[in-house]
Write a protein that binds this ligand. Structure first.
Ligand code: MN
Ligand code: MN
Length: 310
């Protein structure tokens, strides 16, 4: 069988990398010939999870068509978040938990989308549906992905299925998920040794909202006031990135992973900033707004912004 690559989105998180590895393993058991790769290096949290369960970081690819004819996508579907030459390869499978946008194919494909907290939750179901046993280390990685995406089951994206998956995977992995989860989340909150330019790109995604390019980045921290001491430098870096890439709006969500609160920093055109204010019912004061309880980009940020831009 001809080889296919499996990967998650650009600026990969623990779901993008962990679920690509888990899904590739499952597909190989089912007779496909796949390799899990990534569209970027793992972040600190993902590196922690990979190391904890004995994995090396997957190979990073810049393009796909130079090595395969077909690919499988996990944890994304929007073209601007995928491999740049995706239009030159066939997408045979998608497993995802995001909105579906600008996604078309010329041929039939396997597409599985569920509104659950993490792609690994869906892949966990697929292991069971196919009667494939989950190895201990892969269970640990899938558990790490769910902990990451749901902020230890506290994000409003969390469903009963995510709870069930976490319980089952923790058992296979042999870890106490509360203890392990806190350590994993904290591993991703060290911002002291990174520049503002790095931080605003680490977990950033682009969205096309009614023709406007909107960039939304998120940083996890355990101390919001400490992060806000760097506000000026964040805004400068965001202004530069917005100008260089023609973003109508650049929003940085700084999230305290322990108490699930966020601050938003926002730069962009006056009309785009007005749309932000309309979306969240908040005035930007000095380019800043408090968003208590907001932790999920896909569920609490993208939908209201999309509506405001329409
Ligand atoms: Mn992701
Ligand atoms: Mn995800």
């Amino acid at each position: 069988m001809e080889k296919e690559l499996v990967f998650g989105h650009q600026n990969p998180d623990t779901d993008a990398i962990g679920t690509a590895i888990a899904y590739s393993y499952l597909q190989n058991k089912l007779g496909y010939n796949t390799e899990a790769v990534a569209l970027g290096e793992p972040n600190d949290e993902t590196a922690y999870a990979l190391k904890e369960f004995g994995f090396k970081a997957p190979r990073v690819i810049k393009t796909a068509a130079n090595e395969v004819k077909a690919v499988m996508l996990v944890d994304h579907n929007e073209p601007q978040q995928s491999v740049p030459d995706r239009d030159q390869v066939k997408v045979t499978h998608v497993v995802d938990h995001h909105r579906i946008m600008n996604f078309t194919t010329s041929e039939p494909l396997y597409y599985r989308a569920e509104p659950v907290g993490c792609t690994s939750t869906i892949v966990w179901e697929m292991y069971q549906e196919n009667g494939v046993e989950i190895p201990q280390n892969i269970a640990g990685l899938m558990l790490s992905a769910i902990i990451s995406d749901t902020l230890l089951l506290k994000s409003p994206t969390t469903t009963d299925k995510d709870h069930a998956a976490v319980e089952a995977l923790a058992k296979i992995a042999g870890v106490d998920y509360q203890k392990y989860g806190l350590k994993e989340l904290k591993a991703g909150t060290n911002i002291a040794d990174k520049s503002e330019e790095e931080l605003i790109d680490l977990d950033a995604k682009s969205f096309s909202l009614n023709g406007s390019e909107v960039r939304i980045a998120q940083i996890n921290v355990v101390d919001l006031p400490e992060a806000m001491e760097r506000k000026k430098a964040f805004l400068t870096a965001m202004e530069t990135a917005a100008k260089e890439n023609n973003y109508a709006l650049f929003m940085l969500l700084i999230t305290n992973v322990l108490d699930s609160d966020s601050k938003a920093l926002v730069v962009g055109s006056d009309s785009a900033k007005a749309k932000f204010e309309q979306a969240f019912g908040k005035n930007l004061v000095d380019a800043e707004a408090s968003l208590p309880g907001v932790v999920s980009r896909k569920k609490q940020v993208v939908p209201p912004l999309t509506e405001a831009f329409e």
